[in-house]
Design a protein around this ligand. Structure first.
Ligand code: FDA
Length: 477
């Protein structure tokens, strides 16, 4: 067992924990990062499957995600634009695949008008919200009492319009059925992306990707940390704390520190035993943030055959097994990759199947209903399954159950003595995204620096500007 003494111990080497560690080291603090897995990156993870590079976890960046943009600029990581040329495919509830162009789904004028009405209601609500404090929205209490499913139906009697708008937040983002989370939670999702318009515009929200990979961001940050900072395969299952500091117990490393950044997803806070126990309010709060469930499907073909047919690869099918498909070919590849998403109740059906062969057949058949027979025969087929990953337990991220955001949200970012909570799932801007993870990492680092150095913390700091110039000799650039 190695015993270390550091200014700060960071628990979790995902983008949030690593960003916090990076900023603290830049500011001259000594840090140890304890990570449960044998790799960094958390919910961002890139691997090679039968010769194909697969983004198993998070991958896209949108123009508003300036926290992440500023980090990759500092790291020298470039981005490339997702393939967007060509027509899209919409699958109607009756099972008809319609090829269309432009922003509106081909659902008829009346339904388009209803969808636009719902979009403008959501835009207005989002415009009145500070994503850092959604509970302060003038309608927060009432919006948190009603499920997003029922909120949509209170505002429109057009079932297709409600399902289509529901898709953007339920299956598309929170990856939970729309009846399980509140309208306030849905407005937060929109507000965190700048507006509901941004969220429903796939060309905005899924704009670009990292030329290396999204996990490459974490790998690059980890590469800049001093030696003897990062300790993999060290899950922290016991955390002793008092007002004076913490002792974090990993598998073969113990760290005594003045402060701790707990940078694991909120659903995993309960994995750790705290001595003394956390305050009652935290115990209860942490039970109300739960992971969604989504399967990310990767299918790689000899060529991007859909492009030859004038299609972008973008497909939408609310209520279909595979609800969304995009062209996910890496920059410069001659092969073609499709990525599809199967969310919540549909994901349950897939995991209820007995064999991988059954799952593959059902999924490819559903994808072929959008893009034709050629879809049935990929050379690589892989399902991202974060639900079975011990150190994540779902995907993409956590959100509150009905009524939880208004009740527990106001204290979610308060530190408990020396323990600071850092996660994309606690962010305002960039909520549930790598951008939010980076912002939270920087904000927690700034708060801790202020505490350690006896300076003041600027509450309005949004985590975009980097805290200190990387001049400190401890940083390897
Ligand atoms: P994250 O979960 O990434 O990292 C936490 C770390 O803590 C992990 O490394 C974990 O192993 C570790 N840990 C857990 N318990 C521990 C313990 N007890 N002791 C020590 N270590 C512990 N975002 C985006 O911007 N664009 C996108 O396209 C997508 N798409 C997407 C797809 C899929 C399939 C997923 C699962 C997620 C996304 N996301 C995304 C979300 C994005 O990946 C996510 O918001 C960030 O990775 C969150 O970063 P954090 O550092 O907050 O947590």
């Amino acid at each position: 067992m190695k015993h270390l003494e550091r200014d700060v111990v960071v628990i979790g080497a995902g983008p949030s924990g690593l960003t916090a560690a990076y900023e603290l080291v830049k500011a001259g603090k000594s840090v140890a990062v304890l990570e449960a897995r044998d790799r960094v990156g958390g919910r961002t993870w890139t691997d090679t499957m039968d010769g194909a590079t697969i983004e198993i976890g998070g991958q896209w960046i949108s123009p508003d995600q300036t926290g992440l943009y500023s980090l990759i600029e500092e790291l020298g990581i470039e981005t490339f634009e997702r393939y967007k040329q060509g027509k899209s495919v919409y699958r109607t509830e009756a099972g008809e695949a319609i090829i269309y162009e432009g922003e509106d789904f081909p659902v008829g004028e009346a339904t388009v008008a209803e969808m636009n009405k719902l979009i403008s209601i959501m835009n207005e609500l989002a415009a009145g919200m500070n994503p850092d404090k959604p509970w302060e929205h003038p309608q927060a209490e009432e919006l948190d009492k009603i499920s997003f499913h029922h909120f949509l139906r209170e505002n429109s009697s057009d079932e297709v319009a409600c399902n289509n708008i529901g898709l953007f937040i339920a299956g598309g983002m929170l990856t939970k059925p729309a009846h399980t989370f509140s309208a306030l939670q849905a407005v937060l999702m929109a507000s965190s992306a700048g507006s509901f318009d941004n969220l429903v515009d796939e060309d905005f929200i899924l704009d670009r990707r990292m030329k290396t990979s999204m996990q490459g961001v974490s790998i690059a940050v980890a590469g800049r940390l001093p030696e003897d900072t990062l300790f993999l395969e060290n899950p922290v299952l016991k955390l002793e704390w008092s007002e004076d500091g913490v002792v974090a117990h990993g598998a073969d490393v113990t760290v005594k520190a003045q402060k701790a950044v707990l940078a694991v997803p909120p659903n995993l806070y309960n994995r750790i035993s705290y001595f003394p126990p956390l305050p009652r309010w935290q115990h209860v709060t942490h039970q109300h943030q739960s992971m969604g469930l989504v399967i990310k499907v990767h299918a790689v073909y000899d060529t991007p055959f859909w492009r030859e047919e004038g299609l972008s690869g973008t497909c939408f099918g609310p209520n279909h097994l595979v609800q969304e498909i995009y062209d996910n070919t890496f920059d410069g590849e001659s092969t073609g990759t499709l990525v599809g998403f199967i969310s919540d109740l549909e994901a349950d059906k897939i995991w209820a199947m007995d064999t991988d062969a059954e799952r593959k057949e059902a999924i490819l058949k559903a994808m072929a209903e959008f893009l034709g027979e050629k879809t049935l025969d990929p050379k690589v087929f892989y399902l991202s399954d974060f639900g079975s990953e011990e150190w994540t337990r779902g995907a993409y991220a956590t959100s509150y159950d009905l009524g939880g955001l208004y009740r527990f949200g106001p204290s979610q970012n308060e530190n408990v003595g020396p323990i600071y909570f850092s996660s994309s799932d606690l962010a305002g801007e960039g909520y549930q995204h790598v951008d939010g993870a980076v912002r939270m990492g920087r904000r927690n680092a700034a708060r801790i620096l202020a505490e350690l150095d006896g300076t003041s913390y600027d509450e309005s700091y949004d985590g975009v500007a980097t805290l200190t110039a990387p001049a400190d000799s401890k940083i390897t650039v």
